[in-house]
Each structure stands twice: as structure tokens, then as C-alpha cells.
Write a new protein. Sequence first.
Length: 257
Amino acid sequence: MSSARYWAHPSTVIDGPARIGPGTKIWHFCHVMRGARVGAGCVLGQNVFVAAGAVVGERCRIQNNVSLYDGVTLANDVFVGPSAVFTNVLTPRAAVSRKHAFVPTSVGRGASIGANATIVCGTTVGAHALVAAGAVVTRDVAPHALVAGVPARRLGWVCRCGVPLPRQPARLLACTACGDRYRVAGAGAGLVALSDPAPATTPPARGAARAAPPAPRRARPPRIGSGRPATAAPPSARRRRPGSRSRGSRPTSAGRP
Ligand SMILES: CC(C)(COP(=O)(O)OP(=O)(O)OC[C@H]1O[C@@H](n2cnc3c(N)ncnc32)[C@H](O)[C@@H]1OP(=O)(O)O)[C@@H](O)C(=O)NCCC(=O)NCCS
């Protein structure tokens, strides 16, 4: 199923009108509910579900097997690793409807959620934060925080480019990879960038509709962990494209950005 604006694999189901931005690619066996909003230039890997009340910003990468339920809002440039889990009910019961009480979750601009991480609802993952693989986020994550573990605790800070920042007590930090500089605003407030944001790696498609997810909520202050160091070595693994595919399943030129 394709339109001039976006491309979706024929195995994907899009229920009725949904707002899907130009240049977005939706791979095998996805389900986008009527009314869902997906910004321009996104990639949804295999078996991704987007509920009617979920919002996906622009240029997001959602890897295989991720469900974005009602109340989940991803800002622009968010990466969600394979099989990461979002939730929208804090105390679920099969026999008691909680549909009136969905609890929202926000992920800020440029943030990344690692593979198999679980984001408990009612939390905000701050802009450019990095949630480690397998972490369980139960409290807000400060902007640029690198959190890991169950429950997730802050290990250090991470640059906009994704590289952990050197661990040092100084209030000013500089990225060893890209040179971006930051001021530590506080454990809960995260980092404030002292240099201009780097341009987005994938420019929005021409005529891209502006999806404008709400600013991150800050309902609960983050609980900061031991402050254990994160090494400066960047993860070297190459990011795999979602939805491993054969030659035959490449998108056609129709709908490509
Ligand atoms: C968190 C992460 C960024 C840390 O990478 P790093 O800076 O290279 O860190 P290191 O591997 O040097 O590990 C530093 C410490 O954190 C621990 N650690 C690393 N990853 C962890 C994780 N996911 N959960 C808990 N602890 C973790 C290490 O065991 C190590 O602890 P130690 O000092 O006691 O030995 C990385 O491990 C990670 O989880 N990346 C996400 C990968 C992912 O999900 N990608 C999705 C796309 S496929």
C-alpha cells in the first residue's frame, strides 16, 4: 500500500485515514490505526503497531516489534530499538477496564531507546537521552542522560551525537567525538548545549507536514543513580536497517522521497 507521500509494504494494514508524513517507509506486517500520526521521513520496521492515539514525530526510526500505544508521544528524531516496550496502564487488570485512565509517555527529541528496554508509562525520556538495552525506565530521564539497568539509573551523560561524554566532575563537558559542549544544569535538568544543534542527519522530505508533539512532560523528578562512569568509547556496531529484506521487497519508486 503506497501513496505519493509515503510507502508501506503490502502486508501492512493502515486502518482508514491516518496522518503519515511524506517519505515515511513502513515495512512488513505493521498496523497503523485510524487517526494515528506519523511524521515525515520515518522508518517503521517489521511488526510495528501505532495506536490511534500515538504520535510519532519526524525522522523517527522504530525498529522491529515495537508497539506504540495510545498516550505514547515520540518527538522528532527518536530512535526506538528492536522489541522495546511502551506501556499505558500502570495497574492493568483483564477484568477491569482502564481505557479511561491511559497514562501518557513522552520521548524527547533525538532520544534513543535501546533494544528490549521497557518504558513504564507516566515517564518522560528527555531530549537526546539514551536508554540502554534492557533497561526498565520507571522515572523521568533527564535530557542527555545515559540510563541503564532495572530500574534504570543514570550511568552518565551522552552527547547529541550519541557518544557518551567523558565522566568528570566539571560543570562543562565536551564530546570527544564531535566536539559539542554542554553545561551540566543539574542531575534532574540534564545538560544544556552550548553549541548550535547539529543538523538532522536525514533532512525532512520536501513539503513535509510538521508533526508537533507536545513538549516533554516533567511529572516526576528523575531518581539519579550511582553516577557510575560510562566509557567514552562509542558503540561501534553499525545500525541495521529495520525489516531485513530481500531484493524483491525494496520499495518501488512510487512514494519514495
Ligand atoms: C548503554 C550502552 C550505550 C553502553 O555502552 P558503552 O558506553 O560502550 O558502555 P560499556 O560497554 O563500556 O559498559 C559500561 C558499563 O555499563 C554496563 N552496561 C553496558 N550496557 C548495559 C546495559 N544495556 N544494561 C546494563 N548495564 C550495561 C557494562 O556492563 C559496564 O559495566 P562495568 O563498568 O561494571 O563493567 C550500551 O551498552 C547499550 O546498551 N546500547 C544500546 C544498544 C541498543 O539497544 N541498540 C539498539 C539498536 S540495534
